[in-house]
Design a protein around this ligand. Structure first.
Ligand SMILES: NC(=O)C1=CN([C@@H]2O[C@H](COP(=O)(O)OP(=O)(O)OC[C@H]3O[C@@H](n4cnc5c(N)ncnc54)[C@H](OP(=O)(O)O)[C@@H]3O)[C@@H](O)[C@H]2O)C=CC1
Ligand SMILES: O=C(O)C1=N[C@H](C(=O)O)C[C@H](O)C1
Length: 249
């Protein structure tokens, strides 16, 4: 890489993509060289060293594959990167030019990263746990990527601690009132005008409850994490899931 890191954004006209373009233009040492959206030919990605990808879950794997094949590092915020997609990406990156790095981050806000870490830490101490995620009504996917990741971390921590299933006597739930189950953890999705991105993790034990909550009131909350990802992705070859791995958490 030269001194200036050349950055292209995929999904550049979207809520996140447009905010990222402004953040890259304002950041020292970064140069915005390309903006791509649906239907655009990605071609040589405008000569970018690093691509930031915020599109839609169905389009993200092909966009990232295009970058990886060309040895262009990729910082991905788009949701939908469950295990099967990650496995395919790991296979693709094996064949990519050496040193190519991809960061997939379900959430770039520092508070959300800490919330997930705290929830994983607390999980083994509580019999009951549920996740409630609340977002703006234009969000196309549910549950949120953050909620799915949180539930995965909690589920893994519970397994490691030898905890059994979460107590729940529900026998009749024809309308799915008990939410989705991710890694055995109930996840509830709220879509409400006025919200941006919010999540509560509710942990219950005998006579007590711990609530861990994070609120993103503005998409500005994601930008320091995205910019850190752009600056650091070149130092992390292969696929990394979660910005916490760049932050020493
Ligand atoms: N990791 C994180 O911290 C965060 C992640 N997100 C995630 O980022 C993603 C984007 O969110 P958001 O910006 O709100 O969504 P938007 O719908 O506002 O933006 C998505 C953009 O991607 C474009 N797009 C659609 N298909 C393609 C394609 N094939 N190639 C390139 N661009 C395409 C859309 O164009 P068009 O409108 O024409 O379809 C639109 O401009 C979501 O998955 C969301 O969950 C959001 C916030 C934070
Ligand atoms: O669509 C959004 O807005 C957000 N998407 C991500 C998710 O699904 O977790 C991150 C954040 O919650 C905002």
């Amino acid at each position: 890489m030269s001194d200036m890191i050349k950055v292209s954004v995929i999904g550049a006209s979207g809520r996140m993509g447009s905010t990222v373009c402004d953040a890259v233009e304002a950041a020292t040492g970064l140069e915005l060289v390309g903006r791509f959206d649906q239907g655009d030919d990605l071609g040589d990605l405008a000569g970018a060293d690093v691509v930031v990808e915020f599109s839609v879950p169905d389009a993200s794997p092909a966009n990232v594959a295009h970058c990886v094949e060309r040895g262009v590092h990729c910082v991905v915020g788009t949701t939908g990167w469950r295990e099967e997609r990650l496995a395919r990406l790991r296979a693709q990156i094996e064949k990519a030019p050496e040193g190519t790095g991809v960061l997939i981050a379900p959430n770039f806000a520092i508070g959300a990263i800490l919330m997930m870490s705290f929830a994983a830490q607390a999980a083994r101490f509580y019999e009951s746990v549920e996740v409630v995620e609340l977002h703006h009504p234009r969000k196309v996917d549910a549950p949120s990527g953050t909620a799915a990741r949180t539930a995965d971390l909690i589920g893994a921590a519970r397994e490691e601690a030898g905890l059994g299933p979460i107590p729940d006597a529900t026998e009749h739930d024809p309308d799915g009132a008990r939410g989705a189950r991710v890694h055995g953890v109930p996840v509830h999705s709220v879509r409400l005008r006025g919200l941006v991105a919010h999540q509560e993790v509710l942990l219950g034990g005998e006579g007590e409850m711990l609530t861990i909550r994070h609120d993103s009131f503005d998409r500005a909350s994601f930008m320091p994490g995205v910019i850190e990802g752009v600056r650091r992705v070149g130092e992390h070859p292969g696929v990394t899931v979660g910005l916490e791995h760049y932050l020493g958490l």
